[in-house]
Write a protein that binds this ligand. Structure first.
Ligand code: MG
Length: 264
């Protein structure tokens, strides 16, 4: 009986410690000391509208933001792949959204069916392919980082249906002597499903060569591949992340501030 009463009283006492103000009285809150800059307020947009801080590369009406865009056909708010195109503006770290639909009429098979691709910095391809009940090599199917990493799952919709890619790309960095300092990385969602989780690339993506890095600058074009198939695209927008590190008002404070034992 005595033991039971002790247990109940202990539970009440220690339970009370988990709530304010008792917890605040006994413990001191830890703060990092870093003076973060207030995150910019943006309009997040919607399923069909880009966020307010995005650069719209194709809004359904024209491809003037692209070199080679005149080779494509634009109709009904979408564009049909008719040749390789490169964004006129160049990017390094970025977040890219695009929507695509592989041809409704099924023609060809394997790599010959609904093939396109989006390349970051013109060198690193995330594959676009009709992989709905269409066998090919896994590291070349839709959502693969070509010949380096198959998608974690096959999230393809049927031919002709609109699909989304949301991709976060981290650009590789090189030392002054041209050697690799840090690799490129890709995180990608296909139709809202994670298919690449910060995969660190082994280099550029090639069909006839193993992946390898070739030194290049901080930025390059977004390239959309023409592989002979009339893949449709719409709603292409990009956010430049190269200046979006966790900025502080006082960077020195971040480096010097180490919480003391008593603060913990
Ligand atoms: Mg391709």
């Amino acid at each position: 009986m005595k033991t039971t009463r002790y247990l109940i009283l202990s539970a009440l006492f220690f339970g009370a410690l988990s709530v304010s103000p008792a917890r605040a009285w006994l413990f001191k809150e830890w703060k990092s000391g870093i003076e973060w800059r207030e995150p910019e307020v943006i309009d997040p947009g919607s399923a069909t509208q880009a966020p307010s801080d995005a650069i719209v590369l194709f809004d359904g009406t024209d491809l003037s933001a692209w070199e080679g865009g005149e080779k494509w056909t634009i109709e009904n708010g979408y564009a049909i792949d008719g040749g390789n195109i490169d964004s006129k503006q160049h990017f390094g770290d970025c977040q890219l959204h695009l929507e695509f639909a592989t041809p409704e009429k099924i023609e060809g098979n394997g790599q010959g069916r609904g093939n396109s691709g989006v390349y970051f910095m013109g060198k690193y391809e995330l594959q676009i392919l009709d992989s709905y009940e269409n066998e090919t090599y896994f590291d070349g199917q839709c959502g693969a980082i070509y010949k380096q990493s198959p998608p974690l799952v096959n999230a393809c919709r049927k031919p002709g249906e609109w699909q989304t890619y949301d991709i976060i790309f981290t650009a590789p960095k090189f030392h002054d002597d041209g050697t690799l300092k840090s690799p490129a990385a890709i995180t990608a969602l296909h139709n809202g499903v994670l298919i690449q989780n910060h995969f660190e690339l082994l280099g550029g993506t090639f069909w006839d060569e193993p992946p390898h890095y070739e030194t290049h600058g901080d930025k390059g074009p977004i390239h959309i591949q023409f592989h002979g198939n009339p893949v449709k695209f719409r709603n292409i927008w990009i956010r430049d992340l190269s200046k979006q590190q966790h900025a502080t008002e006082n960077p020195a404070a971040e480096a010097s501030k180490t919480p003391s034992e008593s603060d913990r």
